[in-house]
Design a protein around this ligand. Structure first.
Ligand code: NAD
Ligand code: UDP
Ligand code: UDP
Length: 322
C-alpha cells in the first residue's frame, strides 16, 4: 500500500487495528495511530514504540481531529457485545460522531476513507448467506442496537458524504474475525472458549449451541482491507469481508476442547437477547472486485490463536486474562 505516504488508523491499538498497522508498516507506509484505549491495549502496540514509521495520538474520535494524512482507516469502536454494551451511549457516539468527524477530516483532506462496518448491520438475518443487497433484520431498541444501529447510521453518513461531496468512501462489512491480540476478557466466543479451555474452566455455551457463525482469521481480513483501500475511487462497497465457512457454536466448542487437549466440560447458559441464529457472508463481490478470498483454514487459525493465549496466560501480561 505504498501509494499512500501517511495513513491514519483509528482504533489502532485494538485487535484488528494493530494487525493492520503491522501490515501497513511492513509495506513501507507511515502510520498515525489514534486510539483512546477504551478497549485497545498498549501491549498490542508496544513493539512499534521505537519504529520511526509509527506515531500515536491518544484521542477520542467523538471529538474533532485535525491532522494531515493521505488515507484514513476508521476502526475505532468497541466490537464485542460485552464491551459495546458496557456504555451503549458512548458506543453510538463513537460510531456516529466518530464517523462525522473522520468524514469531515477526509473531506478537508480530499482523501479516501474506509469504514470498518459489520455483519451486525444484517441483525438476525432472515436470509443465509447474507449478500450486500440484503437490508437486514435489526431490533432498533434492544441491547445490541447501540452497535448495530450506530454502524448502520455510520454507513448512511459514509454514502451521503460520497453523494454530497464526492468523497472516496469504502464501506467494509466485516464478519466475525479472530486471532492473536483478541482481548482475553472481551466475551467473544473464540477468546472465551480458548481461555476457558486452557484454564480447565467450564466452556460456556449460550443457548443450545446450534446458532452459527463464520470465522475469518485476522491476516485474511487485513489483506482484504488493504486491497479495498487500494482498489481506487470507483470501489465503494458496501462489501462483505469474512470467511464463508459456517459452523455451529457447539462444534466450535468441541473443536477447541479437542485442540487444546482440555478436560473442560461444556455447560449451557441462556442465549443472550437478540443473538443472531445464523451468519455467513456471501463474498462474491470481494472476490470479483478485490480478487480476494480467505486463505487460512479454521484449524490453522485456531491453532495460532491457542498458542497466543497459551503464551499470554503464562507471560507477564497474564493479568489481562484474570
Ligand atoms: P477492538 O475493541 O479490539 O478495537 C477497537 C479499538 O477502538 C480499540 O483500540 C479501542 O480502544 C478503540 N476505540 C473505541 N472507542 C474509541 C473512541 N471513541 N476513540 C478512539 N478510539 C476508540 O475491536 P476490533 O475487533 O479490533 O474491531 C475493530 C473494528 O472492526 C471495529 O470498528 C469493529 O466494529 C469492527 N469489526 C470487528 C469485528 C470482529 O470480529 N473483530 C467484526 C465486525 C466489525
Ligand atoms: N472535522 C474534523 N477535522 C477536520 C475537519 C472537520 O474533525 O479536519 C470535523 C468537525 O468537527 C466537523 C465535522 O468534522 O464538525 C464534519 O465536517 P464537515 O466539513 O462535513 O461539516 P461542518 O464543518 O460543516 O460541520
Ligand atoms: N457465545 C457462547 N459462549 C460464549 C460467548 C459467546 O456460546 O462464551 C455465543 C454467542 O451467544 C453467539 C456466538 O457465540 O451466538 C458468537 O458470539 P460473539 O460475542 O463472539 O460474536 P457475535 O454474537 O457478535 O457474532
Amino acid at each position: 500500500m505504498s501509494i499512500n505516504k501517511q495513513v491514519l488508523v483509528t482504533g489502532g491499538a485494538g485487535f484488528i487495528g494493530s494487525h493492520l498497522i503491522d501490515r501497513l508498516i511492513a509495506d513501507g507506509t507511515d502510520v498515525l495511530c489514534v486510539d483512546n484505549f477504551y478497549t485497545g491495549t498498549k501491549p498490542n502496540i508496544y513493539h512499534l514504540a521505537n519504529n520511526v514509521h509509527f506515531e500515536l495520538i491518544r484521542h477520542d474520535v467523538t471529538f474533532p481531529l485535525y491532522v494531515e494524512v493521505d488515507a484514513i482507516f476508521n476502526l475505532a469502536c468497541p466490537a464485542s457485545p460485552v464491551h459495546y454494551q458496557h456504555d451503549p451511549i458512548q458506543t453510538t457516539k463513537t460510531s456516529v460522531h466518530g464517523a462525522i468527524n473522520l468524514l469531515g477530516l477526509a473531506k478537508r483532506l480530499k482523501c479516501p476513507i474506509l469504514q470498518a462496518s459489520t455483519s451486525e448491520v444484517y441483525g438476525d438475518p432472515k436470509v443465509n448467506p447474507q449478500r450486500e443487497d440484503y437490508w437486514g433484520n435489526v431490533n432498533p431498541i434492544g441491547p445490541r442496537s447501540c452497535y448495530d444501529e450506530g454502524k448502520r447510521c455510520a454507513e448512511t453518513l459514509f454514502f451521503d458524504y460520497h453523494r454530497q461531496t464526492g468523497l472516496d468512501v469504502k464501506v467494509a462489512r466485516i464478519f466475525n474475525t479472530y486471532g492473536p491480540r483478541m482481548h482475553p476478557n472481551d466475551g467473544r466466543v473464540v477468546s472465551n472458549f480458548i481461555v476457558q479451555a486452557l484454564k480447565g474452566e467450564p466452556i460456556t455455551l449460550f443457548g443450545d449451541g446450534m446458532q452459527t457463525r463464520s470465522f475469518c482469521y485476522v491476516s485474511d481480513l487485513v489483506e482484504a482491507i488493504v486491497r479495498f483501500m487500494a482498489a481506487g475511487p470507483g470501489c465503494h462497497g458496501p462489501m462483505n469481508l469474512g470467511n464463508p465457512v459456517e459452523i455451529t457454536i457447539r462444534e466450535l466448542a468441541e473443536r477447541i476442547v479437542e485442540m487444546t487437549g482440555s478436560q473442560s466440560e461444556i455447560v449451557y447458559r441462556p442465549l443472550p437477547q437478540d443473538d443472531p441464529m445464523q451468519r455467513r457472508p456471501d463474498i462474491s463481490l470481494a472476490k470479483r472486485e478485490l480478487d480476494w478470498a480467505p486463505a487460512v483454514p479454521l484449524e490453522e487459525g485456531l491453532s495460532k490463536t491457542i498458542s497466543y493465549f497459551d503464551g499470554l496466560l503464562s507471560g507477564p501480561d497474564a493479568g489481562l486474562a484474570q
